[in-house]
Design a protein around this ligand. Structure first.
Ligand code: UTP
Length: 289
């Protein structure tokens, strides 16, 4: 079955990037000239997804404004004949059918996903975490969708991460099926080091069977007293219904100060408008470090 629907949870508090995220949602923090969430929506669209539900909360209205027309701005750019810029300003409004729902209390990623139950209906769906930007030749979520379509099992996007991150993310029990493709038979959220299964963690992407909603409804609060998506996915994994794929792109954690900086530098080095200037600047700077 072709995956057509995606959800982007973007209702987190973003405490790791305060004070930048005090009045501006962290999902709107820019990478060079576009907000993080636009990269994520574009990735979904490039993978053939047509309908996207963004989970927001109070104070995240600017996300809706970004994916809407800005009539005044568009008129002004048209009048001035700035057609390239006009195209860039109009583009986000026409990317996909974008819907919004509010998560009224920040009760965890699992709770945010549960808000999408009506939107999803009886189809499988993609989840793209609102602060994880993945840059690559092919859309990472497309790699997961293809795996779902081929094997009929839920799929998580994974990469090996160092011990200091495994304890903050999650750890997966995996066995290799093919190059970069694994069966996932168990998972644990924020494990202690002695509890980890492997250094593979879920990094911001999954494609889930809609049975996840029933599981989430019966999952008790987990780490941090939040409803953890990992705890629900674990049930699918233990039933032999979960796979993991090492996606090919580079992932940037925009919910983290260093991740934000890395994203701007690396994407900047490939950006036609600034790459030469940035390269020279970095070379000069490196000499002084
Ligand atoms: P994070 O755990 O990275 O987000 O969730 P956070 O809670 O904002 O992080 P810190 O620790 O306070 O800095 C991953 C994604 O899930 C969303 C976040 O917006 C982020 O995109 N999320 C998280 C929700 O939508 N609702 C929640 O209750 C929690």
């Amino acid at each position: 079955m072709k995956i057509k629907k995606a959800i982007i949870p973007a209702a987190g508090l973003g405490t790791r990037v305060l004070p930048a995220s005090k009045a501006l949602p962290k999902e709107m923090l820019p990478i060079v000239d576009k907000p993080a969430i636009q990269y994520i929506v574009e990735e979904a669209v490039n993978a053939g997804i047509t309908d996207i539900l963004i989970i927001t909360n109070r104070g995240k209205g600017v996300i809706e404004d970004h994916f809407d027309h800005s009539i005044e701005l568009e008129k002004m750019l048209e009048l001035k004949g700035k057609t390239d810029m006009l195209e860039e300003v109009i583009k986000p409004a026409n990317l996909a059918n974008i819907y919004y729902i509010r998560q009224k209390e920040t009760r965890g990623l699992g709770d945010a996903v549960l808000r999408a139950k009506e939107f999803v209906g009886d189809e499988p769906f993609a989840v793209l975490y609102g602060d994880d930007v993945i840059v690559g030749e092919i859309p990472a979520i497309g790699e997961l969708c293809e795996t779902y379509e081929k094997y009929g099992k839920s799929v998580v996007g994974i990469k090996p991460v160092p011990d200091e991150l495994v304890v903050k993310y999650c750890s997966l029990k995996v066995s290799e099926v093919a190059d970069k493709l694994y069966d996932v038979s168990d998972m644990i959220e924020k494990p202690k080091l002695e509890e980890k299964f492997s250094n593979f963690s879920v990094l911001g992407r999954c494609v889930l069977d809609n049975s996840i909603f029933g599981i989430l409804e019966n999952t008790p609060l987990g780490a941090g007293n939040e409803l953890q998506l990992t705890d629900a996915m674990k049930v699918l994994a233990r039933k032999g219904k979960m796979m993991g794929i090492e996606f090919s792109g580079t992932r940037y954690d925009m919910g983290n100060k260093f991740g934000m900086l890395k994203a701007n530098i690396e994407v900047g080095l490939n950006h036609p408008e600034i790459r030469d200037e940035l390269r020279e600047y970095l070379k000069d700077l490196a000499k002084k470090l």
